[in-house]
Design a binder for this molecule. Structure first.
Ligand SMILES: N[C@@H](CCC(=O)N[C@@H](CS)C(=O)NCC(=O)O)C(=O)O
Length: 227
């Protein structure tokens, strides 16, 4: 049994989607980021970075894993699924997983900060993160023009990238003119496990459709970016 500490954000969804795909039983512990629950001493004992997600593997001596990419690799290795074991196949998955961890996630995250949350509108910073996110989307599009999935088969790399890319409207990054990316996003959304995973720890309306949720979220994010 896995304990999952999470919140309704892209990094959290990566893990709940993977757990759903693997059909592993798990307990969900929602972490209320608005109340700073990620900064309590108890939580820091599991995740020294004070962020979600975190898992604790009860079946493996209560082993705690933080960093969403490391959690995905751990789950794939424990189950022997969503990542091949041979060196080249594994490397291909790791390449596209690291592409998300070091590129898509940080760039879209910073686009959100400067486009949505920062009190001052600093246009060069907004442009920088919008352009870089769009460039990374084009890299994904080209790759997905060569095959159905990012690596040889459906893998944790697809899960990691999709959980971020699906929030492109909130980041203000266009997917216009990227047909392969669109096809892949539709294929991901058609997977029942993906649809269930993005409703963990609870279903949230897109902040773009729910003004109050958007205001609350922006207020929290503004407090965070100022610290
Ligand atoms: N590199 C980390 C990033 C985790 C992260 O930034 N999580 C955000 C939610 S998506 C968070 O916990 N934010 C709370 C805060 O900033 O205090 C990972 O991939 O696990």
């Amino acid at each position: 049994m896995i304990d999952l500490y999470t919140a309704p954000t892209p990094n959290g969804w990566k893990v709940s989607v993977a757990l759903e795909e693997l059909a592993l039983p798990y307990n969900v512990y929602p972490v209320d980021l608005t109340r700073g629950e990620q900064k309590t001493e108890a939580y820091l004992g599991l995740n020294p970075n004070a962020r979600i997600p975190t898992i604790v593997d009860r079946a493996n001596g209560d082993f705690a894993v933080f960093e969403s990419g490391a959690i995905l690799v751990y789950l794939a290795e424990q189950t022997g699924r969503l990542m091949p074991a041979d060196a080249k196949g594994r490397s291909l998955v790791m390449q596209w997983l690291m592409f998300q961890m070091g590129g898509i996630g940080p760039m879209m995250g910073q686009a959100n900060v400067f486009y949505r949350y920062f009190p001052e509108k600093i246009q060069p910073a907004i442009d920088r993160y919008h352009h870089e996110s769009r460039r990374l989307f084009e890299v994904l599009d080209r790759r997905l023009g060569e095959g159905e999935w990012l690596a040889a088969d459906y893998s944790i790399a697809d899960i990691a990238n999709w959980c971020w890319v699906r929030t492109y409207k909130w980041s203000g990054v266009s997917i216009e003119g990227l047909p392969h990316l669109r096809r892949w996003m539709d294929a991901m959304k058609a997977r029942p496990a993906c649809r269930r995973g993005v409703e963990v720890p609870f279903k949230v309306e897109s902040a773009l459709k729910d003004e109050k949720a958007a205001r609350d979220f922006i207020e929290l994010a503004q407090r965070n970016v100022q610290r």
